[in-house]
Ligand binder design. Structure first.
Ligand code: HEM
Ligand code: HEM
Ligand code: FE2
Length: 460
């Protein structure tokens, strides 16, 4: 750790880890309800557990983004944070917002708008927290006078995420209008500006871990951002097919969203070539696993499995079925959960001298159990979804009858989810088992075997 205020990242990651664990508890509860009588029906029925599951996901991912950003900006701009105090206040307000929102969901206090269920007072707090965050990061960069392309893309992603949340603050009487604007937030987040956040973390990690040339890596960032913009914005229309808007959105949605995987393919190739060219000589091979893993899993979950149901001719059968859950899990996990775990794995050795830089057996078990568990869950959702589409939409059998016929797939889902949850449990254990030490100036623990460091100095 070179700057004292980088320690702030640790507390953000710690909160993210706790919320990640809780998210899985509510995921398992939601899945269990598919299997039969629900003893918890009157306390927390499916709609409540699912809302909590997905909201915890969004909150922990954003917490991870913020922590990783505070670390990255100090490193890239070579300076202390503008206001560590503000960052801590921000974390406390954010955590209180998250916890009270979750408690509220038990009492049906929320808007009911999928993924944007946060009640208005909470939404206002979210905006205030984002402003505190962007101000702190912006002032840090401004004061240092050093602004890299990686930071620029990251800030573009974070700033736009805040702006795109604004439509969610308004109330729409008309349901079609409400759905229409919901995607300005949800789709443009996950298939637009968050991809920029992911790409900038990826660039940061690849430059540090592979020693790849910064100028080349950052040039690629522009290409990725361009591709995301070209396809992602009009690709929003793949959510407009059946919501009651004019017909012309069908071809627009089909064509542009089908182009979205190009940016994801570029990201995966970018990671692969950076690693190959430089030789894998950084000692932190665990962080390398997560970094490459994120790029590859995103291509699979978002690129391939997104493409699988994005054309109107297919989506008319699969819309809102388990096929959506299949893609939603693999994509979210690969792109956002994994990139945060990559950042955490890279950063953690800086917080403790007793931690082995190359990762421990526990760390690798966490990695492999998670990706095999998530792959199995994806297959379980897929097989359930294919059965559901055929029986319910092709043969016209009733929803509940079909649910009984596809129940077996939920057994498979839960079995794989348990493997996955053990992997996450190990990651969380590995995170907390070394008490943090925030010594500035201690020899860089991740000093690579060959000279990688100089590359990170000729930034521009
Ligand atoms: C123990 C592991 C997990 C289990 C058992 C689980 C289970 C579930 C279930 C049963 C649903 C509801 C599906 C429906 O609407 O019928 C759901 C929704 C969802 N989960 Fe998970 N989940 C787990 C982990 C995760 C992880 C790690 C992520 C992301 C990184 C995630 C992201 C989502 C998303 C985005 C949805 C909403 C999907 C949609 O409505 O289309 N889940 N999950
Ligand atoms: C990292 C990137 C991505 C993430 C995290 C992601 C996540 C999700 C989630 C959570 C949903 C369910 C949303 C809801 O119903 O509220 C969804 C829906 C959808 N996604 Fe993605 N996605 C990503 C990329 C893509 C890409 C690249 C494509 C197309 C090539 C795509 C195609 C779709 C389609 C067509 C739906 C609608 C499914 C339906 O009709 O029910 N996604 N995505
Ligand atoms: Fe989308």
């Amino acid at each position: 750790m070179r700057y004292k205020s980088q320690s702030i990242a640790y507390w953000y990651f710690a909160l993210a880890m706790i919320l990640f664990g809780l998210q899985l508890v509510f995921g398992l509860l939601s899945a269990a309800k598919y299997l039969g009588p629900d003893p918890l029906l009157n306390i927390m029925p499916f709609d409540v557990t699912k809302t909590i599951h997905t909201n915890l996901l969004i909150v922990w991912v954003l917490t991870g983004f913020m922590g990783a950003t505070y670390w990255l900006v100090c490193d890239e701009s070579r300076t202390e944070l503008y206001s560590p105090r503000l960052a801590i206040i921000q974390l406390v307000v954010w955590a209180l917002m998250g916890v009270s929102a979750i408690i509220g969901y038990f009492f049906r206090y929320g808007t009911g708008n999928k993924l944007l269920e946060q009640p208005l007072p909470h939404k206002i707090v979210i905006v205030i927290v984002m402003l505190m965050f962007l101000y702190n990061v912006g002032m840090t960069i401004k004061r240092s006078g050093r602004f890299t392309t990686t930071e620029g893309v990251l800030l573009l992603g974070l700033g736009s995420s805040a702006v795109l949340y604004l439509p969610a603050l308004l109330h729409y009487e008309n349901y079609i209008v409400s759905i229409y604007y919901r995607w300005w937030t949800i789709h443009l987040w996950v298939e637009g500006v968050w991809e920029m956040i992911q790409a900038s973390f990826l660039a940061y990690l690849l430059i540090r871990l592979s020693g790849a040339d910064r100028e080349v890596m950052e040039k690629w960032l522009y290409v990725i951002v361009g591709l995301v913009f070209i396809a992602g914005i009009l690709g929003t229309a793949h959510h407009y097919y059946w919501v009651g808007v004019p017909y012309y959105w069908l071809p627009i949605g089909g064509i542009f969203s089908a182009l979205e995987p190009v940016a994801l393919l570029a990201m995966a190739m970018y990671a692969y070539y950076a690693m190959r060219r430089s030789g894998l000589n950084h000692p932190n091979t665990l962080a390398l696993h997560w970094t490459l893993g994120s790029a590859v899993f995103t291509l699979f979950g978002a690129g391939l499995l997104g493409l699988a149901h994005t054309f109107p001719a297919i989506n008319k059968w699969t819309h809102g079925t388990m096929i959506t859950a299949m893609h939603g899990h693999a994509a979210f996990y690969g792109a956002y959960a994994m990139i945060i775990m990559a950042m955490i794995s890279y950063i953690l050795p800086y917080f403790s001298s007793s931690r082995e830089v190359k990762g421990t057996a526990v760390g690798y078990w966490a990695f492999w159990l998670q990706i095999s568990g998530m792959f199995g869950m994806t297959l379980a959702f897929a097989t359930a979804g294919i059965g559901q589409v055929y029986l319910e939409r092709v043969l016209g059998i009733g929803y509940l009858d079909v649910q009984l016929k596809i129940q077996i797939h939920f057994l498979m889902l839960i079995a794989c989810a348990i493997l996955f949850a053990i992997g996450v449990g190990l990651f969380i254990y590995d995170f907390f088992r070394h008490a943090p030490q925030f010594d500035v100036g201690r020899k860089d623990p991740a000093e690579p075997l060959t000279s990688v460091r100089p590359v990170s100095h000729h930034a521009g």
